[in-house]
Design a protein. Structure first.
Lengths: 104, 419
């Protein structure tokens, strides 16, 4: 599947991501600035916070309890479309997904 | 000139605290990374253990908590199940249990909340540096590095200022429980059985237990809800409340962890400035260096030398089989000098970026809760220090802590010239 990250400076990074990979790992592998993932995808750091682009939120679903709590810990402002990208897994259903990297 | 040259013969005893009293045995770590990246050590002080020394391996295994569990202890020393239950904090749990506690305190230590303390930290740094720099020659660990972290933690926890020196002393006794300069109850030199149910097997743990309990009672009576401690006493989303034992252990953990890790990063950073004189000028130029310098100083230091895990099922790596129940040590001190992960790892490069060091246990669920505070304290301290001095140089031999768990310079005699 393809994923596009929209960066705060207006640049875009698009990459092919293998099914089963999570979006934090995909961002780190593709050097997407602003997505760090210091806890390795274990819901302990909130450094992989992204906004899911309008139109995709139904398919990416809602944050579960721990993720919901950790979204309060993120550096950038929390919005309804906020997610920790380590909790979004690549699937065919998400082909074309657009994620917005928050302004720090 | 690099900062110091490791002197071990490449076959140092990793179980010996005396080994680390001469600095981390980096020649040994380099040999293990090259020849034996999953290395077995027999030990007469307890069960033997595996050592993982490569950056890539630790990164991979640390995130795999289902196999590499924290729930059987996090240090080399063995614990009975009974001791483990009595002494554990959320450091000694795995997800999802780990998260139940972590979410109660994560907000208070989050980057945006911590960022609000910057001016407080700067004021404290002013006071500390103005006092220390009155001396031309002094111990920089004692007069600078040791001062800042506990005073800052006191603010965040909502502790009275007058209690802080006592807490520094107790925190030292806890975490430096293998160094006779910091405790009368040296862990590997005497029986500490009397205190085996206490954090870090230490009588200081018992005293801190009592302190935490009295403190909360006083605060409750006064209606004082300031600080992080109040936050973690609130019921969780599922209505669960932290037990008294959990609370007291968490308090001890904060005092221990908040006390000496950043202290040793500050000390090692000052030592690096002594031996790489270009660092001071680079700091004085300022600008983007402050985005990268704190992490490089913290990589260079690696205050937590290792953390231990226990294997929950047989696991193979590099031709070795780690068996269910085996202890495994992730040597962050080694990973942070791994030539495969860092160019010129034995040199401090304040512009290093990216800097995928593992000093905070990055890549696993136990990544340091206080990492934003640590980075901020290190940044502000060095910003303020470099403004004031023209040069800093060694004024005698530095001494390392006697501990294979905490890597730190406990005495750092320096000579400074002011601007």
């Amino acid at each position: 599947m393809k994923v596009t990250w929209n960066l705060p400076d207006g640049a875009q990074i698009t990459a092919d991501v293998q099914t089963g990979t999570n979006m934090m790992e995909a961002a780190v592998a593709n050097n997407v600035p602003g997505v760090i993932g210091e806890c390795g995808g274990n819901l302990s750091c909130a450094t992989c916070h992204v906004y899911v682009d309008a139109g995709w939120t139904d398919r990416t679903g809602d944050a579960e309890d721990f993720e919901d709590a950790m979204l309060d810990v993120a550096e950038a402002e929390r919005r309804p479309e906020s997610r920790l990208s380590c909790q979004i897994e690549a699937s065919d259903d998400l082909d074309g997904l657009v994620l917005i990297v928050p302004q720090p | 000139m690099t900062v110091w040259t490791p002197t071990d013969d490449g076959f140092a005893d990793l179980t010996s605290h005396d080994t680390f009293a001469r600095g981390a045995p980096h020649n040994t770590f380099a040999r293990l990374r090259r020849d034996d990246p999953v290395h077995w050590t027999e030990w007469d002080g307890g069960e033997g253990f595996w050592s993982i020394t490569r950056h890539a391996d630790i990164t991979e295994m640390n995130r795999n908590f289902a196999v590499f569990s924290s729930a059987r202890g996090i240090r080399m020393e063995d614990q009975t199940y009974e001791e483990y239950l009595a002494r554990r904090t959320f450091q000694e749990t795995d997800p999802p249990e780990h998260m139940m506690t972590r979410i109660k305190v994560a907000k208070a230590f989050s980057k945006p909340v911590i960022a609000k303390f910057e001016e407080d930290i700067r004021t404290l740094c002013d006071e500390i540096l103005d006092t220390a720099l009155q001396h031309g020659e002094f111990d920089a660990t004692k007069l600078i590095a040791r001062q800042l972290p506990m005073r800052m933690l006191g603010r965040i926890l909502g502790l009275p200022d007058e209690d802080l020196p006592w807490l520094v002393e107790k925190g030292d006794a806890l975490i430096a429980n293998t160094d006779p300069d910091f405790t009368d109850h040296v862990l590997d030199r005497m029986t500490t059985d009397e205190f085996r149910m206490m954090p870090f097997n230490s009588p200081a743990g018992a005293e801190l237990y009592t302190y935490a309990k009295d403190l909360m009672a006083r605060k409750e009576a006064a209606g004082d809800t300031s600080g992080v401690l109040h936050l973690i006493l609130q019921p969780g989303k599922d209505g669960s409340v932290i037990t008294e034992e959990e609370f007291r252990n968490f308090f001890c953990l904060l005092v221990a962890a908040g006390n000496d890790t950043t202290r040793y990063s500050i000390a090692a950073g000052i030592q690096a400035m002594c031996h790489q004189p270009e660092l001071l000028g680079q700091m004085q130029e300022g600008g983007a260096i402050w985005d990268t310098a704190p992490d490089e100083i913290i990589r260079w230091t690696t205050p937590a030398t290792y953390f231990r895990r226990t294997v929950t099922r047989d696991f193979e790596a590099h031709g070795k089989t780690m068996r269910e129940g085996d202890k495994v040590l992730f040597w962050f001190a080694s990973a942070n000098r791994d030539e495969e992960a860092f160019d010129d790892p034995f040199r401090v490069n304040l512009f290093r970026s990216p800097n995928k060091h593992l000093s905070f246990g990055q890549s696993g669920p136990h990544v340091c809760l206080g990492m934003w505070l640590a980075r901020l304290e290190v940044r502000v301290l060095f910003q303020e220090l470099c403004k004031r001095i023209k040069s800093v140089e060694p004024a005698g031999e530095h001494k390392f802590l006697r501990s294979n768990f905490v890597g730190g310079i406990k005495e750092l005699p320096v000579r400074v010239k002011l601007q």
